[in-house]
Design a protein around this ligand. Structure first.
Ligand SMILES: [Zn+2]
Length: 96
């Protein structure tokens, strides 16, 4: 099953669930029974989380106004290699 979006001129958008590939070009509006045409919207963007929406906006904007880097990013803090506890099995392994 898939959800298809239709828009009525009077009542706005509504969704209809149909089997994949069986959506009609137009259906009757559930409110006024007039013809509502199918509309296409990007999937998952109607309830986009704020952070994802901001990331998408930023990606689109960067296509026209790339951000210019003028300095190096701050050096990352040095990461220490985690040390495993010396179990009897690990103690038998060769050491560098
Ligand atoms: Zn309607």
């Amino acid at each position: 099953m898939a959800t298809y979006e239709y828009r009525c001129d009077e009542d706005g958008a509504f969704e209809v669930t149909r089997a994949l590939g069986t959506a009609e070009e137009s259906v009757a509006c559930p409110a006024c029974m007039s013809e509502a045409r199918r509309v296409f919207s990007p999937p998952m963007l109607t309830s986009t989380p704020r952070a994802l929406g901001a990331a998408i906006d930023r990606a689109e904007k960067s296509a026209h106004e790339p951000e210019v880097v003028t300095s190096l990013p701050p050096a990352p803090a040095r990461k220490r290699t985690p040390v495993l506890p010396l179990t009897p099995t690990l103690r038998r392994l060769p050491r560098p």
